[in-house]
Design a protein around this ligand. Structure first.
Ligand SMILES: Cc1cc2nc3c(=O)[nH]c(=O)nc-3n(C[C@H](O)[C@H](O)[C@H](O)COP(=O)(O)OP(=O)(O)OC[C@H]3O[C@@H](n4cnc5c(N)ncnc54)[C@H](O)[C@@H]3O)c2cc1C
Ligand code: FES
Length: 264
């Protein structure tokens, strides 16, 4: 009999990390192959289903960092460790870290856009990193909105990390401004091979990719990750289709030379 790809499995909530009032990371029990940038369809019977990116991968678990915005995500936030959710996946292509090995790598992320690239940054910011040089530029609305604070501190040991906020009414001590301001100042030795990853809200992706190209990055050395309304997640319903491209199947990670027309 053919395997039923829609069939979800039950997964236990192992732990919950509260970043902000609206954003929590759920550590979910999961054993299996998965890449950063892939996503799961997470469901709660009676409430529905939502695609959520993998924000961390550990032995026996995956992290899902979720922003409470509506029906499904609101119900998810009532779950506690020991409770359960249903998941199917992982779906999509994810980031192939081999694409960036041995290169100067710049990761530019905005808000929850840090989630899908967190695994890539952690890989290249590790002791055995095979990146030539890693630069991370991340932007959040205010200091209160910053996610993954401990990770940023850890990444600073092996990467150049720039953490900016749009506005700071207190005294958070973070530079105020847009991530794009730092692109012209990037210290890159070899623009033929230097790679960049951009993930975040559409305007941020548009201006960041434009800035990278003006700085001399090749289009084929830039990758983006795209969020689109999804339903099936497996190329059947056509909800995510843009021209001939299925974001759920062919993406959500695209090389910019192919994905540039997909940015809203
Ligand atoms: C590939 C992919 C990966 C994603 N990864 C994450 C993630 O890691 N963490 C996370 O918190 N969210 C992620 N999202 C977005 C998430 O799937 C939606 O926020 C979720 O479906 C909302 O479900 P809900 O039932 O709680 O909200 P609903 O009740 O359906 O909607 C609440 C509000 O959010 C809006 N909305 C719903 N879905 C989307 C969407 N896809 N894009 C923009 N606006 C939307 C609605 O118009 C409405 O205003 C991802 C989406 C995609 C396509
Ligand atoms: S979400 Fe159904 S085809 Fe992509």
């Amino acid at each position: 009999m053919e395997e039923n790809n829609y069939l979800p499995f039950r997964s236990e909530v192992i732990d919950i990390i509260r970043h902000t009032k609206l954003e929590y990371t759920f550590k979910m029990a999961y054993n299996g192959a998965v890449l950063p940038g892939q996503f799961f369809e997470v469901s709660i019977p009676g409430f529905g289903e939502a695609p959520i990116s993998v924000s961390g991968i550990d032995s026996g678990s995956v992290d899902l960092t979720i922003r409470r915005v509506g029906n499904v995500t609101g119900e998810l936030f009532t779950r506690r460790p020991g409770g359960a959710l249903f998941m199917r996946g992982p779906y999509g292509n994810g980031f192939a870290v081999g694409d960036y090995a041995g290169r100067e790598l710049v990761v530019i992320a905005g808000g929850t856009g840090v989630s899908p690239v967190r695994g890539v940054i952690t890989h290249f910011a590790s002791q055995n990193s095979d990146a030539k040089k890693l630069t991370v530029i991340a932007g959040f609305k205010t200091p209160e909105d910053i996610l993954f604070r401990k990770d940023f501190e850890a990444w600073k040991k092996r990467a150049a990390v720039i953490l900016t906020v749009d506005k700071d009414e207190g005294n958070g001590g973070y530079p105020v401004g847009l991530v794009t301001e730092y692109i012209p100042k990037l210290d890159i030795q070899d623009l033929n091979t230097a790679a960049a990853i951009v993930v975040g809200p559409p305007p941020m992706m548009r201006f960041s990719t434009k800035g990278l190209i003006e700085r001399g990055f090749k289009e084929s050395n830039i990758w983006i990750s795209q969020e689109r309304r999804m339903c099936c997640g497996i190329g059947k319903c056509g909800h995510c289709k843009v021209n001939e491209v299925y974001i759920c199947l062919d993406g959500p990670v695209f090389n910019f030379s192919r994905g540039r027309h997909l940015i809203d």
